[in-house]
Write a protein that binds this ligand. Structure first.
Ligand code: CTP
Length: 400
């Protein structure tokens, strides 16, 4: 997504400047072109040479250094950038940008900006909460600057609170959103993810091997493409993508309820989750104890609702996409689910194949729609997420 994109990183004088070095590294790994502007104060924290080495480009600090070519540098930099990110952004620079002050290279380039600008504030909690700073941030937001949230935790001054710059990995996610083409803008998409858990007692549950990776990859891709994403997720070890609404759930019943809560306003429903098909008939309020002589434990289960089938059958004009995890007769079984659950298409995978299934980063799938099956090569789950969203885009275009 970031390949060959021109990212202009503006670094101001805060301790989080050191984290901006990591951001450059992540951007380079993603094959972006990176140029860096630093304020003089930023140079007190990290040297320009560090950024020059990491970005493989000269670093801009001084407005008045002799011209290396005949370009007017602040204008040519603004023209060059596909996206500008100010990270860390101090209260001082935030105020200057808002007031249109151009007293250094960074603020002057921002006056000439023509691409989206992300601002990643980093400061002490009290400074962050200062009404003047808040006013500047609000006014910048009204002028279409994208203000990133701050993290919570222990700040450099020892205070605990809000004001930490987001981690470079999180800022990278916002950069991905900023450079993407918003072809799902204003679409509300519900995505389920992970394996639900059915409690047996306060300690044990019935679960499955789903990791949530596929659902999270689709959520990230949909978000990158401008959708409003609601990610209804069973417990996983994954960090949810930035900028999506996360609804944590535990059981299939909870997941069902969360889908119901959001279904009315949705345009698209994608269901890669592995909701448990059964729940314990009798939940034990206390830990189930072993009893002498009992070598066998019998637990009775009741059927859970089928979330996809229920909502597929009341989909109206929505696009509904399902998944099928099969260990045999993949196309046959998945085609039956396509019809029974009233889906636009189903993504079927043979979980017994190497490189497919639950904990893998890759998948080997067959996409089945009304026209029949279409087998795909093994690919990363991120790549598959793109294929799925492209297919949904095609259906949306046909509908309109
Ligand atoms: N699904 C669902 N609710 C359930 C079970 C499954 O919404 N209670 C959804 C899954 O998220 C997936 C699709 O239905 O998109 C197919 O799930 P899968 O586990 O492959 O099949 P099942 O329909 O449960 O049928 P079976 O277990 O008999 O294969």
């Amino acid at each position: 997504m970031l390949k060959d994109k021109n990212i202009l990183l503006c670094v101001t004088g805060g301790i989080a400047a050191y984290k901006a070095v990591q951001l450059v590294s992540l951007l380079k790994k993603a094959s972006a072109n990176v140029k860096v502007i630093m304020t003089e104060h930023a140079c007190k924290f990290v040297t320009p040479l560090t950024f020059q080495t990491m970005s493989e480009n000269p670093v801009y600090v001084d407005m008045f250094h002799p011209l290396s070519n005949m370009d007017v540098e602040h204008i040519s930099l603004a023209k060059w950038a596909d996206l500008i990110v100010v990270a860390p952004a101090t209260a001082n620079t935030i105020a200057k940008i808002n007031l249109g002050i151009g007293d250094n290279m960074l603020t002057t380039v921002l006056l000439a900006k023509r691409s989206p600008v992300l601002i990643a504030p980093a400061m002490n909690t009290k400074m962050m909460d200062n009404p003047v700073n808040k006013k500047h941030l609000k006014e910048l937001e009204d002028k279409d600057f994208i203000i990133l949230p701050c993290g919570d935790g222990r700040l450099a001054c020892g205070d605990i609170g809000t004001g930490k710059m987001l981690d470079p990995e999180q800022i990278l996610e916002y950069i991905e959103i900023g450079v993407s083409s918003p072809d799902f803008k204003d679409k509300n998409i519900i995505i389920t993810a992970g394996g639900t858990r059915e409690a047996l007692d306060p300690v044990r549950y019935l679960g499955n091997r789903s990791t949530g990776k596929m659902g999270y990859a689709i959520a990230r891709e949909a978000r990158n493409r401008g959708a409003n994403v609601i990610l209804i997720t069973a417990p996983t070890s994954l960090t949810p993508p930035e900028g999506v609404k996360v609804v944590p759930v535990e059981s299939t019943k909870d997941m069902y309820q969360a889908v119901e809560d959001h279904f009315e306003k949705s345009d698209i429903f994608i269901c890669p989750a592995a909701p448990a098909d059964y729940k314990a008939k009798h939940y034990s309020d206390h830990k189930i104890k072993k009893t002498q002589g009992d070598d066998t434990l019998v637990v009775e289960f009741d059927r859970n609702p089928d979330i996809l089938q229920t909502f597929g059958n009341k989909k109206g004009n929505r696009i509904v996409v399902g998944f099928a995890a099969e260990s045999q007769k993949v196309t046959d079984y998945a085609s039956k689910k396509l019809n029974k659950k009233n889906l636009d298409f189903i993504v079927a995978n043979n979980i017994t194949k190497k490189g497919a299934g639950f904990s893998s980063d890759t998948n080997i799938v067959t996409i089945i729609d009304k026209e029949g099956p279409h087998e795909l090569e093994m690919m990363g789950k991120d790549e598959l997420a793109k294929v799925i969203m492209d297919k949904i885009k095609g259906i949306l275009e046909q509908k309109s």
